[in-house]
Each structure stands twice: as C-alpha cells, then as structure tokens.
Design a binder for this molecule. Structure first.
Ligand code: NI
Length: 138
C-alpha cells in the first residue's frame, strides 16, 4: 500500500450496511473507492464554494424558434471570453436544440454565465455541473 494512508472510523452498523448495499449497486468493487469518491465530491464542492478554478459543463435545451435567442446565447458566451472552452449543439427536433457549454474558470464566473443563459426566455431547462480541473485531486 505504498503511497496510501490507512484510516478507520466508527459507524452505526445499519448505516454501513445500507451504504454497502448502495455502492454495490453502483458497481464499486470495494468500500474504499466509494469513500474516496465521497471525499473528492466534498473537496470539489469546497473548491466551488471558495471561488476556485473549476471545470464545468452547462447543458440546456432551448426553443430554436424564439426570436433573437440564438444571438443572445452566442453573445453571452462571447462576453465570457476564455472561460468557454467549447460548445456543442445538436438539433433535437424541429423546435428544440440541445447545447452543452464546456467551461473552465473561477466558479463564480462560471455560475454567472450559466445563470445568464438559463434565465433567458426560451431556454426551457438546463443544469450546471461543476467538477474539478483534476489538479488538486489524486
Ligand atoms: Ni439546433
């Protein structure tokens, strides 16, 4: 186990049993990896709360026929500058488009851009996912 620290903790047996059942259903081979993932989730959430540099994707669906909406979406992304790394767009059907905007930057700026996009009339639904840039995590 070179490079790994070992630890232990006390836990209610019922809680542990429920946890083990839940993670086995998700494909985890052992409890350690599941606990490590929970710790990483916590740390990424902390990074986002402290306005650190994070990676994020905004996925949203919008009404293709809403006047000027396409221009507003492009304008918002241009204004954000280097935070926007890439965007993909697919035509879901005659009326609806799906777009995914990939970003890297301070969490506050990424949230601001996402809120600007999601609050535009004609954007039907969307969700921002914030993750790590990977630098701070093992
Ligand atoms: Ni489209």
């Amino acid at each position: 186990m070179a490079g790994l620290a070992r630890t232990g903790f006390s836990i209610d047996p019922d809680l542990l049993e429920r946890f083990d059942r839940a993670i086995s259903g998700k494909g985890y081979q052992n409890r350690s990896e599941a606990v490590r993932d929970l710790m990483r989730d916590y740390l990424v959430s902390e990074e986002a709360d402290k306005n650190k540099v994070v990676a994020g994707t905004l996925t949203f669906v919008y009404d293709h026929h809403r006047p000027n909406l396409t221009e507003k979406l492009v304008e918002a992304q241009h204004q954000a500058g280097s935070q926007v790394l890439a965007a993909t767009h697919v035509h879901l059907d005659h009326h609806n488009c799906l777009e995914v905007v990939m970003m890297k930057g301070r969490s506050g700026a990424i949230r601001d851009l996402s809120n600007r996009i999601l609050s535009l009339q004609g954007v039907k639904h969307g969700q921002l996912v914030i993750t790590s840039t990977g630098k701070e995590l093992k």
